[in-house]
Design a protein around this ligand. Sequence first.
Ligand code: HEC
Length: 131
Amino acid sequence: MVLRVLVAVVAVVAVVALATGCTRDSIYGPPTQSACPDGGTTLTYDNFAKPFMTAYCVACHDSNKVGKDRQGAPSFHDFDTLFGIKAVHEHIDETTAAGPAAINDGMPEATPKPTVAERYQLGEWLACGLP
Ligand code: HEC
């Protein structure tokens, strides 16, 4: 009975992993389940996300960078514009943000890294719809 449950759990995990195409377990965590506070957020692209991305992400994830200057950052993951952030905001939540369900710290892999408080702010800004 225990074994059967175990097999079922393993099967479900395998199916979910395949369905989401998730092969990079090392950098991806679960969705943070962040919620936008009642009354909204004071965080905006200009006062929060732009300086956050500039400080911690754009050294590699920059639409102006090609080849080895990207230090391995994948194509179409460029965070020097709001447009680029919006395109993959779920991936940003699952690698970098914090919320009730997870504190994701897969990105960046090198220093400088955001504080946990900044990761919670990122989760909130994403949950509020990237204002
Ligand atoms: C020092 C360079 C560097 C910095 C800085 C950096 N990244 Fe990355 N990023 C990478 C590399 C390299 C990969 C590919 C890692 C892998 O596939 O294992 C990656 C992958 C990712 C992915 C997954 C892309 C995919 O194809 O699934 C996301 C999302 C991401 N980074 C977000 C961020 C965010 C947000 C920041 C800033 C908080 C950041 N990264 C900072 C180098 C960097």
